[in-house]
Design a protein around this ligand. Sequence first.
Ligand code: FAD
Ligand code: AMP
Length: 479
Amino acid sequence: MSDKYDVIVIGAGPGGYVAAIKAAQLGLKTACVEYWTSAEGKQVLGGTCLNVGCIPSKALLEVSHKYEEASEHFAEQGIEAQGVEINIAKMMERKSGIVNQLTGGIAQLFKANGVTSIHGRGRLLANRQVEVTDGDGKVTVYEAENVIIATGSTPVEIPPAPLKEGFIVDSEGALEFDEVPKRLGVIGAGVIGLELGSVWARLGSEVTILEAQDTFLPAVDQQVAKDALKQFKKQGLNINLKARVTGTSVKRNLVYVNYEDTKGEQELKVDKLIVAVGRRPNTDNLLEADTGVNLDERGFIFVDENCQTNAPGVWAVGDVVRGPMLAHKASEEGVMVAERIAGHKPQVNYDCIPSVIYTAPEVAWVGKSEEQLKSEGEAYKVGTFPFAANGRAMAANAASGLVKIIADEKTDRILGFHVSGPQASEIVAQGVIAMEFGSTAEDLALTCFAHPTLSESVHEAALGVNGGAIHIANRRKKK
Ligand code: FAD
Ligand code: AMP
């Protein structure tokens, strides 16, 4: 038996590392167990988000966006740029540099806050003991007053498309291509499939996305989703709905993808295929039989609204528990749990967690969609404003998409805030703040927004909720 801690966190992704730092800041003796190992055998912190998720994908999205802008859209703005070329090796080197800087930063934060880093695979035993097996197979057991499980998630594999190195890859492999595939297939038109498909389409791939469902982005407000789909198609992303992949094979350096759509059996021939059909929680070999921690019916660790498991003193946060698989949701939960262990009583406001798809246009939302409110039988009113009527968006050559604000018919309280368009990921924060403060549409309408900004579309949409928009004809009559 080794040292006893107030808190041991298993997993150093955005759920785990944030929980560990917060716990240490609150005066708790804290350790964080992480098994991710670099090619040099060193421990790597930061989890999926920093290493193979949010950060590297955004590094590639930013570069590919600039490349596409330079090669396709500079001329229409009066910029003559000849011979624009993409250097994939350099783009990847830059991406790795950003990842290394950020993951190294977490190691420094652990040091600065007094978090002990333990390198190895953690497993929860009964009575809040954590067994850690290091790279050489050496096993050490640690004791803790509280254990926070933050082991994250892994890409789902499907039987019709088993991974094959260099040909059929998951999201991790899709961040590592060393050349632009001439033809690229993507299974799954979810957030990850759309983002990774966009990266390679912008760099020149002919991209086909196959999606089994008949609705595009069913979790997104459908007015916004349909608007975005139109833009994606215009950009050349070939998105096929009602297309279920049934088999794949690799022959003579090509991937053959069999799928069924409304017309029957189809075959797609591509150079590479990305499987982006969702993620599953990491719970394999994590829990000894007698820990008292239960899983839910979908295999996630079962927790209450405060991330407490069935076992006293054992908590779980992030992708390994119910709710959206988002880095900021994981971090919010991490902070809440650390605070609760320290005796405070904060809660996560699950109604105010924004979601973003970093495509062009970006798609971002918080709160409820029209479809959700309809199915719940809630009375609501809507204000929308298109970026096509926004001067700043025109100046930026990005005048597509819209802001849509949905408010309660009677109280005027904002229930949903949806954006597709330039900087939607930043603009949505205004909706999050408004909803967190319980704002009405009128509160936003009475706020002064700088001119000319993309955010003026938020102002106009808020004005439009009650029929008072200035720069667009109002559909609703002012009361
Ligand atoms: P993870 O980040 O998965 O971290 C879990 C950690 O636990 C890992 O480091 C793992 O090695 C470690 N671990 C697991 N088991 C053990 C064990 N037994 N012992 C020790 N260590 C263990 N989210 C966003 O919010 N915005 C985005 O833009 C975004 N983009 C994404 C793009 C891609 C391509 C992908 C794949 C994901 C993206 N996500 C994004 C999702 C985001 O990465 C996850 O929601 C987030 O990382 C979850 O954090 P977590 O701490 O729960 O788990
Ligand atoms: P997400 O979970 O948001 O990352 O999205 C994954 C998407 O993959 C979902 O929309 C699924 O419908 C889709 N999907 C899963 N299996 C298949 C399949 N065999 N063929 C096509 N699409 C699939």
